[in-house]
Design a protein around this ligand. Structure first.
Ligand SMILES: [Zn+2]
Ligand SMILES: [Zn+2]
Ligand SMILES: [Zn+2]
Length: 486
């Protein structure tokens, strides 16, 4: 038994009980106030000092509170002092007000105070609060240490002090600047030019529509590192972009068979640097089909008939029906959907909407009823006005027993068999080239037929593709045992 240490509850208690009772004020069973229950009541239970008629030993010397006990001052008073020191008094500036309110809203002021006094806190925050540095994203950029910088940025966005930002794109821009600064000048020039005019321009265009994804940022970094290797290789072989002979390029390409960024870079180099050599894009194929259509239909039916909340089922069903990636689903907004009297339509590529099949439309209508009002996401996360994490959707998918990538690929093959690559890309939001790969791999031959976009015809095709799924839900012909077969 631990050594008895503190006088409490009419006798001595061990050190861990003593600490626990002091640190955690609880509702007193007699008066109901949140107090440190250190005394023994008449009924033999723990009560507060007042109710036991005992002297009060623990109250904060400033406000009298026994909550969040630390010592002479309570946790709330100590936090208030720390906030004043870090940001100025609450009413002094809008910045101070926002930060005070943010930290005062936390469950336990002692945790907030620990952060303010710990390594995670950046003095740049105080410099902004007291007007020594401008309050903008560029100031946050100057904070060293990626995770800490990211935390501060998210904090200021959450407090409405800074406007919201595309984090991945912004971090990529910072990374490119740092990356180029370390390169020899002639390489930095080319890398910076390509990054600015090709990679960032493309990402900024798609960022108008949805936030840049981590994988896109990673791919961009991979490309730029690869280009540096290529430039170094050219230096070693005494050639430049202008003088690069075709055989030399082919030698390099054969040494890096999987670098799919090369052809696009060479196309750019031909335009921007007078390169004469050319690189054929490697033919890429989509992932292969791993499950049967009946398995996909069985999962779809399981989702529709499940007793999970409508939002969980909607997220899972969007993946299974349209082959939308989990990343993309996590970032959907209610405004991506359009509700009419008899339809719910989803817009997965700009200006092109597709009707949801009946059961999905119902899930959507049920789900949006319960969305918090001050939220902009279809699937809100646990933190205020953040979308849910892709991992959370991945967890929801787990109960259906088939890897979500298999389901997604199966959905895309199914749709690809029904339509042209242009329509597939417009229906699912896939890039045109990936859509083309799926349509070619599905062997439908649709790619050879040039089709002009016709919204009604498109809806019919999608209706056909998803109509089957709807009837699968209504009929009993595909038992759920398909799921266990896997
Ligand atoms: Zn004890
Ligand atoms: Zn009491
Ligand atoms: Zn106090």
């Amino acid at each position: 038994m631990a050594r008895p240490i503190g006088r409490m509850l009419g006798g001595f208690v061990c050190s861990s009980c003593y600490g626990d009772i002091k640190r955690h004020a609880r509702a007193c069973p007699i008066c109901g106030e949140h107090r440190i229950l250190s005394e023994l009541g008449d009924a033999g239970n723990a009560v507060c000092a007042t109710c036991a008629g005992a002297p009060e030993r623990y109250g904060c010397t400033r406000c009298g509170s026994e909550r969040f006990y630390v010592g002479a001052l309570c946790g709330a008073c100590l936090l208030s002092d720390s906030l004043d020191a870090a940001f100025g008094q609450r009413e002094s500036t809008p910045f101070a007000t926002a930060l005070h309110d943010h930290f005062n809203g936390r469950q336990d002021p002692r945790n907030a105070r620990a952060w303010l006094l710990g390594d995670g806190f950046s003095s740049v925050l105080s410099d902004m609060a007291f007007g020594r540095l401008p309050v903008d994203h560029a100031t946050v950029d100057s904070i060293p240490g990626g995770p800490r910088r990211q935390f501060v940025r998210e904090l200021l966005i959450e407090c409405d002090v800074l406007p919201s930002i595309d984090h991945q794109l912004h971090n990529l821009e910072l990374w490119i600047t740092e990356f180029c600064a370390k390169l020899p000048a002639n390489h930095a020039l080319i890398v910076h030019e390509y990054a600015t005019w090709t990679i960032l321009r493309r990402l900024r265009r798609s960022a108008e529509y949805e936030d840049t994804r981590k994988t896109q940022g990673r791919a961009a970094r991979h490309t730029l590192r690869g280009i540096v290797k290529f430039l170094e290789w050219m230096d070693d072989n005494d050639v430049s972009l202008r003088t690069l002979p075709q055989p030399a390029l082919e030698t390099f390409l054969s040494s890096v068979p999987h670098e799919s960024w090369m052809p696009a870079f060479i196309v750019w180099a031909r335009r921007a640097h007078g390169t004469r050599a050319s690189a054929q894009p490697a033919r890429r194929t989509p992932p292969s089909l791993r499950i049967s259509e009946l398995q996909r239909l069985a999962v779809y039916r399981a989702i529709i008939n499940d007793d999970r909340p409508p939002g969980h089922r909607l997220a899972c069903a969007l993946l299974v029906v349209f082959g939308i990636s989990i990343n993309r689903i996590s970032q959907l907004r209610p405004s991506t959907f359009e509700v009419t009297n008899d339809q719910v339509r989803v817009t997965l590529s700009p200006g092109k909407s597709t009707p949801l099949p009946g059961p999905l439309a119902t899930l959507f209508r049920l789900h949006v009823l319960n969305l918090p009002a001050d939220n902009e996401w279809l699937f809100p996360g646990r933190r205020f006005n953040r979308h849910i994490t892709p991992d959370a959707i991945g967890t929801w998918m787990k109960r259906y027993g088939i890897p979500s990538t298999h389901l997604r690929v199966a959905a895309l093959y199914q749709l690809a068999g029904e339509m042209s690559s242009k329509l597939l890309s417009e229906t699912t939001g896939l890039s045109a080239s990936t859509a083309g790969q799926y349509v070619s791999a599905s062997g439908s031959g649709w790619n050879e037929i040039p089709v002009l976009y016709d919204p009604d015809w498109a809806s019919d095709l999608v209706d056909d593709a998803v109509g089957e799924m709807t009837s699968a839900v209504e009929s009993e012909e595909h038992p759920l045992s398909f799921i266990e077969d896997e």
